[in-house]
Design a protein around this ligand. Structure first.
Ligand code: UDX
Length: 433
């Protein structure tokens, strides 16, 4: 089938490449010429493990094209996926300007039979609005909702082997079309949910809220563990053994970040306010994660000593989680602002995130090696759960630091071993050794 993707961000690029891999003829369109030129030269514009190889393969097989801007090539598309951003406006509302701009731009080119599939995360009611919007332009094209559930760093596996595929549509033909597109995946036994547009849109928000809720609850319980001398690692393992709960998303940390959870929760909160439908749990999760940032700052101050001015702090991990180079809503950025306000000397290292840091923090001193970062440090703060940090050579580390202090905000290092190596070790939700 001939499919176009509009927007080559994380979701658009991964989905476009993988749709091509499962047999479709895909055109990825973006208004960013620089990005398109890079993609045409075979360079992926995002860090996603394995994506390069899939992109190369599909490009060489002529199953994948990259086009700058909108042109007549869209005429042949049987289906257009919109995968542009839906950021938050200053007033908290969801900014749908890019989505509507796409609909306006494709309108002069698309054939009557081409379906418009909204993969961007949009609030319930948006697809119906888009449907009306294109009707007002004299078009009769179907609008379909098909939310994405791709985790950065695992996006390829999530595409090929999703927990479910969700389709929101208004008629049987549109469901059939979507089933045809996803046939290679559905045929492996993946459940495909067919529902109306609003339900489909809401499924995405409820999934993210539920996951964020699990994290926030465990982070709060970790705080309690620290007070009563209980162990969060044992606790979350035991709680996760309950099949109704499961093990995933019970890992404690510096708070959830990324391009989805914080933005999506705020958008849902704003919608519920507009509709006068109170979502108290949602309100609490947002509040809890906001407070997390202050809590970890206080924890660091307590560990290092209240006057941290001129102290050398080594920050390990800039990205909001391991396996990505993405810094959007990373708890590390917020922490660095707070530490800088106290005049701390900061050196940072991240295996992937450094190349993007200038867009978020000016003049942050970054180094390309973990051991260079911790040399002469008064404290090491682990912010991201990269394997490299878990595998740190503590004996070597002890020899080069100024003060042997580790504040491990992902609980990746073994408590007893760190102490044995001579470090004062602080973790989350465990008794400090
Ligand atoms: C998320 C959703 O999982 C995905 O379905 C959606 O489509 C996009 O948003 P992603 O942003 O890639 O994906 O990150 P995810 O792996 O879900 O983690 C989100 C945040 O939660 C990260 O900051 C991560 O560190 C944090 N987290 C996750 C925890 O603190 N503890 C956990 O146990 C899991």
């Amino acid at each position: 089938m001939k499919i176009s993707f509009i927007g080559t961000g994380h979701v658009g690029l991964v989905s476009g490449v993988m749709m091509s891999y499962i047999g479709h003829e895909v055109t990825c369109i973006d208004i960013d010429e620089f990005k398109i030129n890079q993609l045409r030269q075979g360079t992926t514009t995002i860090f996603e493990s394995g994506l390069n190889q899939y992109m190369d393969l599909c490009y060489r097989n002529n199953q994948l094209k990259f086009i700058h801007g909108y042109d007549r090539s869209i005429q042949d598309a049987e289906c257009i996926f919109i995968t542009v951003g839906t950021p938050t406006k200053k007033n908290g509302d969801q900014d749908l300007s890019e989505v509507f701009a796409c609909c306006t731009k494709v309108a002069p080119y698309i054939s009557n039979k081409c379906a418009i599939v909204i993969k961007s995360t949009v609030l319930p009611g948006t697809c119906l609005k888009i449907s009306q919007f294109i009707k007002n332009k004299g078009l009769i094209n179907s609008v379909i909702s098909n939310p994405e559930f791709l985790r950065e760093g695992q996006a390829i596996q999530d595409f090929l082997n999703p927990d479910r595929i969700v389709i929101g549509a208004q008629n049987a033909e549109d469901f059939r079309l979507m089933r045809q597109i996803y046939e290679p995946i559905i045929s492996q036994g993946i459940t495909c949910i067919e529902t109306n547009l609003n339900t489909s849109e809401l499924i995405k928000y409820v999934s993210n809220t539920f996951l964020a809720n699990k994290i926030a609850l465990m982070n709060e319980m970790a705080n309690l563990c620290e007070i009563i001398d209980a162990d969060i690692t044992k606790l979350s393992y035991a709680v996760g053994l309950d099949k109704r709960i499961g093990h995933e998303f019970l890992n404690v940390g510096p708070g959830f970040g990324g391009s989805c959870f914080p933005k999506d929760l705020l958008a849902l909160q704003q919608l519920s306010r507009h509709l006068d439908s109170r979502c108290l749990i949602l309100d609490s999760v947002i509040k809890s994660n906001k407070y997390r940032s202050q809590y970890i700052f206080n924890k660091i101050m307590d560990a290092i000593g209240l006057d941290i001015s001129k102290k050398n702090i080594a920050i390990l991990g800039l990205t909001y989680k391991a396996g990505t180079d993405d810094l959007r809503n990373s708890p590390t950025i917020a922490l660095i602002h707070k530490l800088r306000a106290q005049n701390a000397n900061i050196v940072a290292y991240d295996p992937q995130g450094i190349r993007n840091i200038e867009n978020y923090l000016e003049d942050l001193y970054c180094v390309n090696n973990l051991y260079q970062a911790i040399e002469y440090s008064d404290a090491i703060i682990i912010m991201t759960e990269w394997l490299e940090f878990k595998n740190i050579d503590l004996i070597k580390a002890k020899k080069i630091v100024k003060q042997p202090v580790i504040i491990d905000l992902r609980n990746v290092i073994d408590n007893t071993y760190a102490t044995y190596c001579g470090f004062k070790y602080y973790s989350i939700g465990q008794k400090d050794e």
